[in-house]
Design a protein around this ligand. Structure first.
Ligand code: 5AD
Ligand code: SF4
Length: 474
């Protein structure tokens, strides 16, 4: 296990990487285009924006797809087995593309590479991979890229994961909303979860760095920011000037021009009254909370090492709804954790029926080697798990539809994101509750917050009508 203290990457180290970027720019046979393929969570999506930023600075253009790129980089996830299999399948498929384009370089990075034994596996079984590196080496992409360009052999690097690198270039996916990572890693060790092993110890960025990033985003026209961390409620532990997540939110709230603040993910055990108060009195913090339940059985919650019971969770949900009646609540639930009985599963359904989530991500338990749960006996047979999964999905979808429809007829501020993918006379945006709304409009509205009446609920989204112009703030 690595040391607790985070390692801040020094300005000299970052400068060294910038030098490598310049060297690559001057290399005639360096790739001219890139395509980053991202798996997994928002944290990975944001890491991909940083990877793309570095590749852009190396002089590469973004290619529309992986077939037309000179360099394809897979930013992988290993939270569940299927994410990992999909990534490896796609990496292998690319080997065929290289037969047509021998210049093609293939890179694999992210959580999957950070797992013990994976670097060796890549070297042995995936010999066509040119470059592989873990989450801790992200900032060293320029150096590793240069090495790969100069070498006949694969460059594979995995190191300790408790680094914080500030000031890396970013190629943002959206101009109206942006991710800011506020903390890295996780110390919770939920027994099913691989994240603490591949993302390292929990470490927070300095508040001043986060605020400066948010201000710079505001200056570039961003209206909404999403603060990211595996467990944002424990933000600030171990900082030179300790600061709570609620305090951080209040600082970000003060930034003029930032009109919406979202965050992800909250652990129920650490959700403080201060946070509820900060949300309740805020003009900018969105009325949406993602609060992973995982299971409604106290026995399973304890085996998962979650540090709450179904009753304390329900009490928290009740308090949140009481304080913010317009709040939308979403969750993550795992079925088929080792030892889960039908009775345990019924308790999960019971909590689902009581909380009435606006939507829920449901997962089949995936055994991750190295975690405590992987060593537990009593793994639940596949057919039992699938049956429970289907029943749970039906229930969360039924409730989700009913809850989503509660906004019908209301006029709510909507941040316009993009032109509708199927009908270009419609625009697509989201309410503060994160509900998707499509409404007639034109692309000049993108990036603005406008009033939209939610006319008809179509399950999980709305068709609406714009009733009011641009909100200058709020
Ligand atoms: N199997 C299934 N789901 C998992 N998650 C994390 N680890 C596993 C696993 N081994 C789910 C949890 C978490 C979400 C991001 O992924 O529900 O909240
Ligand atoms: Fe995994 Fe639990 Fe940490 Fe979330 S809080 S990343 S589920 S260990």
């Amino acid at each position: 296990m690595s040391d607790r203290k985070p390692v801040i990457i020094s300005e000299e180290q970052l400068e060294e990487q910038r030098q490598y970027i310049q060297q690559i720019r001057l290399m005639p046979d360096a790739p001219k285009s890139y395509h980053v393929v991202t798996y997994g969570c928002q944290m990975n999506a944001h890491d991909s924006e940083i990877l793309a930023g570095m590749l852009r600075d190396m002089g590469m253009e973004e290619a529309a797809d992986r077939e037309s790129a000179d360099f394809v980089l897979f930013n992988t996830c290993c939270v569940r087995d299927n994410a990992e299999r999909r990534a490896l399948g796609n990496v292998t498929w690319l080997k065929e593309v290289r037969k047509k384009n021998p210049r093609l370089m293939i890179g694999v990075c992210g959580c999957m590479i950070q797992q013990p034994g994976m670097a060796e596996k890549i070297l042995k079984q995936y010999r066509f991979v040119d470059l592989a590196f873990g989450t801790a080496n992200l900032y060293r992409l320029p150096e590793l890229m240069l090495k790969a360009l100069e070498s006949e052999h694969a460059v594979v690097e995995v190191e300790e994961q408790n680094t914080i690198a500030e000031g890396l270039p970013v190629q943002r996916l959206r101009h109206d909303a942006a991710y800011i990572t506020i903390m890295y890693g996780c110390d919770n060790y939920c027994t099913y979860c691989i994240v603490p092993y591949v993302r390292g110890r929990e470490r927070s960025r300095e508040m001043s760095a986060i605020v400066a990033e948010a201000e710079a985003l505001r200056d570039s026209g961003v209206k909404e920011i999403m603060l990211l961390g595996q467990n944002v409620n424990s933000y600030g532990r171990g900082l030179s000037e300790p600061c709570s997540f609620a305090e951080l939110l209040q600082m970000v709230e003060k930034i003029d021009g930032i009109e919406r603040i979202r965050f992800m993910t909250s652990h129920p055990k650490d959700l403080s009254d201060d946070l509820i108060e900060a949300m309740k009195h805020s003009e900018k913090i969105c009325r949406h909370l993602h609060l992973p339940l995982q299971s409604g059985s106290d026995r399973i919650l304890s085996a998962m090492n979650r540090h709450y019971t179904s009753e304390t969770y329900l009490e928290l949900a009740r308090k949140l709804r009481r304080e913010m009646p317009d709040l939308s609540l979403t969750t993550d639930i795992i079925v088929g954790f080792p030892g889960e009985t039908e009775e345990d599963f019924q308790q999960t359904l019971d909590v689902v029926r009581k909380v009435r989530y606006d939507s829920a991500f449901t997962f089949i338990y995936s055994k991750r080697s190295g975690t405590a749960a992987a060593r537990m006996e009593d793994q639940v047979p596949d057919e039992v798990v699938h049956d429970r999964f289907d029943r749970l999905l039906k229930e969360v979808q039924k409730i989700g539809r009913e809850e989503t429809s509660r906004f019908e007829g209301q006029t709510l501020p909507v941040l316009v994101e993009r032109v509708n993918r199927e009908d270009d006379s419609l625009m697509t945006g989201r309410t503060s509750q994160n509900t998707v709304v499509h409404f007639p409009g034109d692309c000049s509205l993108i990036g603005q917050i406008v009033d939209v009446r939610l006319d008809s609920c179509k399950g999980f989204y709305y068709i609406g009508t714009m009733t009011g112009g641009n909100h200058a703030a709020g």
